[in-house]
Structure formats: structure tokens, C-alpha cells
Design a protein around this ligand. Structure first.
Ligand SMILES: [Fe+2]
Length: 426
């Protein structure tokens, strides 16, 4: 008996010793725990590359080169940034002066795998594929499932409109961010190593208390400062280069696409400075871009929550008239955890030349029951289904296919001729 215990202890010690020896070598060959690519400027000629390491705070770098063209690598030193409440460090390199429509491969110091990315094309003659949605992680397996379906379309990039890890700025929910970055690393990198860039805007679950008037602040507690915004949304402003402060921004792709990222009362009020900025941003871009696409979290035209919701009313009052004035044709909303496509709307009523609002944020979350479309009078389609919206943009013309987590196509827009015909004959 004593002998058996002793030998078991010896075996345990030997295993501990073996793994202690093996760990550094395993770590060298593994991928970093977090990899994230995004843009803060010209997606035709730049890329921001983040990677995370544990217990190696300083002096990291990556190497990069044009894929399949050059033999020699160029080195780029990274800035080291804190991952809030974590022993991880974020390393960030901003590559500039790249060529449009070109593949670049890269590898991180201390890690073996070689990845690559594509810069965006100079023009929109060939189709550009964008996967859109929001509300990404109640459960990692739900997020993984929709990621995998979206990747079947080989998207050029992904746009998520708020509510990512559901950490609410809380230290005790740090693990949710780890799961989120695990999902991104495991399912949004192709087997060949292409890393799909992701663009984000803020939602209520990025913020302590959810909104600028969060429970302990009240309507007068908001301060329009970088420090205040970082204090209520510590992860959002630290983990992601885009959109940075103040948290709303525009990103222009050549002359064919402009994405407008907005903050629906989470770290910036809808009215005031943000709305004035939006007016200028839309006025400067009107007629210059094939598509101007606003992306934000709380819907103007909800599929689940009440039409009279406080933030929905503010979006309709302050932003929708600007969208209508400056030629927006499609807007992307989230937060309600369902799929929806509205009728084309102008002044809140169906109109042939109106704006279509897609949503409503159910990428990787539990869905909610939608209200019957006739309750609203503005809905074309609403379903309680986790999904990704796949937008294909070519020469300024947009088409949409919406895929569920099971790979079923739940909506197409414009609807195909045969579907329209059969609908009429039915
Ligand atoms: Fe939300």
C-alpha cells in the first residue's frame, strides 16, 4: 500500500517535471492566445495587427512580406498595451504604405505559424464580401457555429455592431473575453492562415451600467472625456484599435464604401457632439461613395423590444433624418437578438425609396421571440434565428444573403425573380 502510494507520488512528480520542461517548447510552437486584425485608416493600404502574449510585456515584433513575391522578411516593432485585469499583454503593429488588393504574410516573434491578410481593392469591380451582425457571445459554441457559416463565404472582413463578450466592463468576467478571442482564433482564420479583419462598434454590454446614464450615474453623471469613457468601458477602449476615442468614426474604402460606426448612448450620447459629427461625416461623403453604411447597436426599428424604447426614439429623432437626407440606403442594427429586415422606410413609413434596416444582433446569443411583423407596420421579415448577414458589394450594387448557424439561408435581398413570381402566384 505504502509502496503503491509512493510510486504514484513519484509518477505525479515526474509528470509535473515533464510538463514543466515541455511547456516552454509547446508555447513556442503554439499560436498566441489572441490575434486580432482591424483598420483605423485606409483599408486599401494599411492593417493593424494585434496579438496577445502572457508574461512577456515588452519588445515584441513581427515580420511581414508580400505573399508569394518576396523572399526576405521586414521587421516591425510592436507597441505593448495592457489587457485590463489580465496577465496578458497586447502587442500592436500598424502597417502602412501597403499596396491595395495585395496579400501580405506575417509571423510573430516566438511563434511559428505564418498567417496572411488581404488589403482591400482599389476599386469595386470584383465582388466584395462582408459578414455583418452583432451580439456575438452568450455561448462560445454559438459564436463558433455562426463564425464557421460566415467563413464559408470567404468574407473580406467582418463587421460586428456591439455586445461582444458580455463582460460589461467587469473584472470577474475577464474569462468571457478569453473565450471570445479563442473563438476568433479558432474559427476566423482559414486553414491556409488568412486572418479575417474585424471592425467593431460599442454596445451596452461593453459598458458598466450599459448606458451613459448607467445605474450608479444618472443622467448628469456623464463626462465627455477619454478618461471617463475608458473608465466605464475599460475593455472596449483597450482591446481594440478601432474605433478608439471617442468611440464613433468613419472608415472609407476607396470611393466605393464608407462605414459609419456609431455609439447608441453607451459611452457617447446620441444627441449633441456625436450627431453633429454624423451630419458632417455624411455631408462630406454624400454622392462620393457607392454605399454609406451606418452600423450601431440599439435599433431605430426594433424587432423585439418596444418601438417607444428611450434609445430607439433618440436614434429615430437624431440620426434617421440625417440618414434620409444624405443618401443612406442600408443601415445595420443589433441588440434585439433576432433577425430582421425592415421594409424600405422614410419618415418611419414604408416608401419605395426608403432605407432598409437590417438586424437585429443574434450572432452568438440566445434568441428572443419576435413580435408579429404586422404589430409594427415597418417589418418585411423577422425571425428568432442566430445568423450572419452576408453582403456582397459590386460596383456600388449590394445584395444580401442571410445564413443561420445551421447553414440554412433564411433571407435573400433583393428577393430572386422566381421567389417573387411564386409569391405572387400563391
Ligand atoms: Fe445589447
Amino acid at each position: 500500500m505504502i509502496l503503491a502510494l509512493t510510486s504514484r507520488r513519484c509518477l505525479a512528480r515526474a509528470l509535473v517535471f515533464f510538463f514543466a520542461l515541455a511547456a516552454p517548447f509547446a508555447a513556442r510552437s503554439a499560436e498566441p492566445p489572441g490575434i486580432f486584425l482591424t483598420w483605423v485608416e485606409d483599408p486599401l493600404r494599411s492593417m493593424v495587427i494585434d496579438w496577445q502574449t502572457v508574461a512577456s510585456a515588452e519588445g515584441q515584433s513581427l515580420e511581414f512580406r508580400e505573399r508569394g513575391v518576396r523572399d526576405t522578411w521586414e521587421s516591425a516593432a510592436a507597441a505593448a498595451l495592457p489587457f485590463p485585469f489580465s496577465d496578458r499583454t497586447i502587442h500592436r503593429v500598424h502597417l502602412r504604405n501597403l499596396s491595395p488588393g495585395t496579400e501580405y504574410e506575417f509571423r510573430f516573434e516566438g511563434f511559428e505559424r505564418i498567417y496572411f491578410f488581404r488589403t482591400m481593392p482599389e476599386n469595386n469591380f470584383a465582388p466584395l464580401t462582408i459578414a455583418l451582425g452583432g451580439d456575438t457571445r452568450h455561448r462560445k459554441e454559438w459564436m463558433d457555429a455562426v463564425n464557421i457559416q460566415a467563413m464559408r463565404y470567404d468574407p473580406d472582413f467582418i463587421v460586428w455592431g456591439g455586445d461582444f463578450a458580455y463582460a460589461d466592463g467587469r473584472e470577474d468576467r475577464l474569462y468571457r473575453w478569453y473565450e471570445w478571442f479563442d473563438s476568433v482564433r479558432e474559427t476566423l482564420i482559414t486553414p491556409e492562415g488568412r486572418v479575417v479583419p474585424i471592425l467593431l462598434c460599442i454596445g451596452n454590454h461593453e459598458v458598466r451600467g450599459g448606458y451613459i446614464w448607467g445605474a450608479d450615474r444618472g443622467d448628469d453623471g456623464y463626462e465627455a472625456t477619454d478618461a471617463f469613457r475608458a473608465s466605464i468601458a475599460p475593455y472596449f477602449y483597450s482591446l481594440f484599435a478601432f474605433p478608439g476615442q471617442p468611440g464613433y468614426a468613419a472608415l472609407d474604402f476607396g470611393n466605393y464604401l464608407s462605414l459609419i460606426f456609431l455609439d447608441t448612448d453607451h459611452a457617447n450620447p446620441v444627441p449633441g457632439e456625436q450627431t453633429e459629427w454624423l451630419r458632417r461625416a455624411l455631408a462630406e461623403r454624400q454622392g462620393l461613395f457607392g454605399q454609406i453604411l451606418p452600423v450601431y447597436h440599439v435599433p431605430a426599428y426594433p424587432s423585439v423590444r418596444p418601438f417607444e424604447g428611450r434609445v430607439s426614439q433618440r436614434v429615430r429623432q437624431h440620426w434617421v433624418p440625417l440618414f434620409e437626407e444624405f443618401g443612406v440606403r442600408f443601415a445595420f442594427e443589433n441588440h434585439d437578438h433576432a433577425y430582421k429586415r425592415t421594409l424600405p422606410l422614410r419618415q418611419h413609413r414604408p416608401s419605395e425609396n426608403g432605407i432598409i434596416y437590417f438586424g437585429d444582433g443574434a450572432w452568438g446569443v440566445g434568441t428572443r421571440d419576435v413580435r408579429p411583423p404586422e404589430d409594427y407596420g415597418y417589418m418585411a421579415l423577422a425571425k428568432s434565428v442566430r445568423h450572419a448577414i452576408i453582403m456582397t458589394l459590386q460596383a456600388g450594387h449590394a445584395t444580401f444573403e442571410v445564413i443561420s448557424e445551421n447553414g440554412e439561408i433564411i433571407d435573400r435581398f433583393p428577393e430572386s425573380r422566381s421567389a417573387a413570381t411564386s409569391a405572387v402566384s400563391d
